[in-house]
Write a protein that binds this ligand. Structure first.
Ligand SMILES: [Zn+2]
Length: 85
């Protein structure tokens, strides 16, 4: 049993090209944003900063709200039973 991946073409008339919310530019560049993880949500009880790569407008550097709203933030959790310090 192998997992086959197939490329499926989506009809271009139903595809929308994403534009910048502010200047309607259609091209984007990768940038890094940082999230502060509150101590309450952190595995070791200490506030942390994690970074995330998102796409910002190439012209005005705006990050569309749609992109910001859909960001998932992950944090590495040391599994118990690993090396003890
Ligand atoms: Zn823009």
């Amino acid at each position: 049993m192998t997992n086959k991946v197939e490329r499926r073409e989506i009809p271009s008339d139903i595809v929308e090209t994403v534009e910048c919310d502010k200047c309607q530019c259609k091209t984007f560049k990768p940038v890094i944003i940082m999230h502060r993880i509150p101590a309450l949500a952190s595995p070791d009880g200490e506030s942390k900063i994690v970074d995330n790569q998102v796409l910002a407008c190439e012209d005005c550097s705006n990050i569309n709200k749609e992109i910001l709203d859909k960001i998932s933030v992950f944090i590495n959790v040391q599994k118990q039973g690993g090396n003890s310090e």
